[in-house]
Design a binder for this molecule. Structure first.
Ligand code: GAL
Length: 417
């Protein structure tokens, strides 16, 4: 008998569920934003595994990379008194919804299956509210990645992936001279912020990143280091093509896939796109961390909203157990581009990019250079993150000076705190 069945046995007694019920393994309506090629493939694995356990899956995808549209839809559903059973949610957002009393916990499953023993403490902490698990993590995504087209680099005479921002700028200049778009980018606030935070890590290091983007320290926000980060962002602005505005992230990845662009700066969900297009890492596309000595952490998880009916509650418990099963963590992450959230899943079948992610994560934990993603809602509340996104996007789409950007950013953050 698997561990999750014990939990159901207990539930069935408490709730009067019979094993012969039409949907003995529960129902879930799942709200998520995984609609690109690689994302859809990954969430498809979750759906079929859930159905394989006898459950009924109702899919509620809300398109829009980074999840901003999904979060707006979620708020509307909760206000209407009709929350979905399971929702893709992360970081402080989990705590915010839990504080509002909107979440069911899945602690019985977590205890039965010893989640504490198999999750890195940094993730376990994010998944709990008042000591109880209210979320189940599916993966660990790294945000500070640079993706490249080997054929584009070759045409421009670039032989190595850049390891400093100066090297990146030199490579981008060569691509430009060869008539190739240096940087594939989608001009959407969350994508601008993704690039921005990677640059902040690269220019300032992990301690500075933490001060500025997590602790929101005014001195750090106003510092020369932050001015230098905006200077580098201005350089990057010069490397994107004229049609970047509003472009979806996966269409930017497609430009690298086709060799139209040399590089993309994006988290490793981009790898899911390369893989879904049948490309091989190291041969058809290249991966390397963006310049900087750290690791920008993003992790997707599912939370379980307060819903009525044993059928739905049972669905939540089955889904929580399934998400955390080692087999599922392997299959899902092979498609998604991320690495398992569980520390005990062997990585033998994973590619070199995933192995690099894991090795760098372990090193970052050891060296205290692991930082949570601001752009991907792992670091600060949504309302404050919104101020960063607004300012960074305004900077990217105007000729605002770095000095003005820093002053406006520091003032905006002070206002909302
Ligand atoms: C991130 C999410 C990833 C990926 C990306 C683009 O916030 O964590 O799983 O889907 O958005 O949609």
């Amino acid at each position: 008998m698997t561990a999750y069945r014990h939990v159901f046995a207990a539930l069935a007694v408490a709730g009067g569920i019979t094993a012969s019920g039409a949907h003995a393994q529960g129902t879930v309506e799942v709200l998520h934003w995984w609609t690109s090629g690689g994302e859809a493939k990954a969430v498809g694995e979750l759906k079929s595994a859930f159905e394989g356990r006898g459950g009924t899956w109702i899919d509620s995808p809300i398109a829009g990379g980074g999840g901003d549209a999904a979060m707006t839809a979620l708020r509307a559903r909760v206000v209407a008194g009709n929350p979905p059973t399971a929702v893709q949610l992360k970081g402080p957002g989990i705590q915010e919804w839990a504080r509002e009393g909107a979440l069911n916990d899945v602690d019985a499953v977590a205890q039965e299956e010893n989640w504490d023993g198999v999750l890195p403490p940094v993730l376990a902490g994010i998944m709990k509210y008042e000591g109880k698990y209210v979320a189940a993590p599916v993966n660990i995504h790294r945000v500070d990645w640079l993706w490249a087209s080997p054929s584009a680099l070759e045409k421009a005479g670039i032989t190595e992936m850049p390891t400093t921002w100066d090297e990146f700028n030199a490579a981008a200049d060569k691509l430009q001279a060869a008539g190739i778009i240096p940087l594939a980018h989608g001009g959407q606030p969350w994508q601008d912020a993704t690039v921005f935070e990677d640059v902040v890590l690269g220019v300032g290091g992990a301690e500075f990143y933490r001060k500025a983007l997590v602790e929101l320290d005014q001195e750090a926000l106003k510092s020369d280091t932050m001015v230098a980060a905006f200077d580098q962002l201005r350089k990057l602005r010069g490397y994107v093509d004229p049609n970047f505005s509003g472009r979806d992230w996966n269409l930017a990845t497609a430009m690298v896939i086709r060799g139209e662009a040399g590089f993309q700066i994006m988290g490793d969900w981009a790898k899911g796109e390369f893989l879904a297009a049948g490309l091989e890492p190291g041969k058809d596309f290249l991966c390397a961390p963006t310049p900087g000595n750290g690791y920008v952490l993003n992790s997707d998880s599912f939370t379980f909203f307060k819903v009525q009916g044993e059928e739905n509650i049972q669905g939540q418990q089955v889904l929580a157990s399934l998400i955390m099963s080692p087999d599922f963590q392997k299959i899902f992450n092979l498609a998604k581009g991320s690495i398992p959230a569980r520390t005990d899943v062997p990585l033998d079948e994973f590619d070199e990019c995933a192995k690099r992610s894991h090795a760098d994560l372990v090193a970052a934990i050891e060296n205290d250079t692991l930082v949570p993603s601001m752009a991907h809602e792992m670091a600060i509340p949504r309302s404050i993150r919104g101020e960063f996104l607004d300012l960074v996007t305004a900077f990217f789409n105007s000729d605002m000076s770095s000095q003005d950007a820093v002053e406006q950013l520091a003032a905006a953050i002070e206002r909302v705190q």
